[in-house]
Design a protein around this ligand. Sequence first.
Ligand code: TXA
Ligand code: MG
Length: 322
Amino acid sequence: MSPPASIEMIADILRKGGLAALPTETVYGLGANALDPVAVARIFAAKERPFFDPLIVHLADLDWLPRVVKSFPPIAKTLAERFWPGPMTLVLPKSEVVPDLVTSGMPTVGIRIPDHELTRQVLRLANVPVAAPSANLFGRLSPTTAEHVREQLGDRIDALLDGGPCRVGVESSILRVEGDRVTLLRPGGIPVEEIEIAVGAPVHHELTTGDKPAAPGMLDSHYAPRTPLTVGNQIPPAAPWPRSGLLTFEAPHDSHGYAMVEVLSPKGDLVTAAAQFFQALHRLDAAGLDGIFAIAFPDRGLGRALNDRLKRAAFRKAETPN
Ligand code: TXA
Ligand code: MG
C-alpha cells in the first residue's frame, strides 16, 4: 500500500531542506533534515531559539543509528530495546556527520525514535535523520495538537502534519549514557522508576536548574504560559486574583470563586493527566485570566515530569535592584 500523498509531500519537503511540523507521541516537533546545516538554522530562526540549545535527532528505526553516533554502549542498547519507539532520548557521543549546529557544539547528540506511525513513515521515506525541537516558540507552552502549532508557528513553516492530539503529552525523558553510567537530564514521558527497572540500578540525576543546566534547554523559565502561573500544594480558599484559573490533578472539593477550572484526571490517573496537561494550560492561557493557580502533582511516576514543567512555567527571575 502506498502511503498517503501528504506523507510523501512532507518527506520531500524535509529532503529539500524545508521545515515540517510533525506529530509525535510526546509533543509536536518542528523538523528539518539534521544533516543540512542551513535547514537546521531555519529551525532556530522559526522558533527564535538561541543557538546554545541543542536539538534532538529523530530516526525511523535503528538503521541510521551507527551513522549518527560514535558508540552505542550495551546499556544504551538495553534501553533502546525496552523503550524505543517511545518517549526516551538517549544522549550519546556524536559522529562526524552530525553538524555542530544540531548539538550546539557539544560532542554528544540526543537521539530518539518517536512512537507515531505517521511520523515514522515520513522519516522512513525522507531517509534522513530529522532534527526536531518541540514546535513552539522558544520558552512557550509545548504544542500537543496541530492547532497549537498553527497558533505559534503557522506562517513560519512549510508544512504541518496533523496526527491528532499527542498520546503522552509530555516531552521525552532525556538520558545521557556514558559507559554503564546513566544520567537523567530531563524527567519526561517514561517514569524514572521504569528506567531504573530497565537499567537494573539507580539512575544518576544531573541538576537541571540554573543558567548552565546539563541539558542546555532546561532553563529555569520554560514551558511558560503568558498568564502568570503560581504553584501550590492546596487550593487557596479565596481565589487569588479577580479572574483566577485553577489547574488541578483530581477533582477539587471546592473551587468557588475561580473563573475557570481545568481538572486533568477526575480519576487521579497521572497518564491521563500528562496527556491533558499542555492542552489544559493552552486553554487557561487563552481565557484572558489574571493568573493561573496550579496544584502540584504527586511526586511519583509522570507526576515528577509534570512538576518539573510546572516549576519552570511558574519561574520568574527575581527583579534585581539597580
Ligand atoms: O519529546 C521530545 O523530546 C520532543 C519531541 C519533538 O521529540 N522534543 C523536544 O525537543 O522536547 P526540545 O528541543 O524542546 O528539547 C530538547 C532538550 C533540550 O532541553 C536540549 O537542551 C536537550 O534536549 N538536548 C538536546 N541535545 C542534547 C545533548 N547533546 N546533551 C544534552 N541535552 C541535549
Ligand atoms: Mg521544547
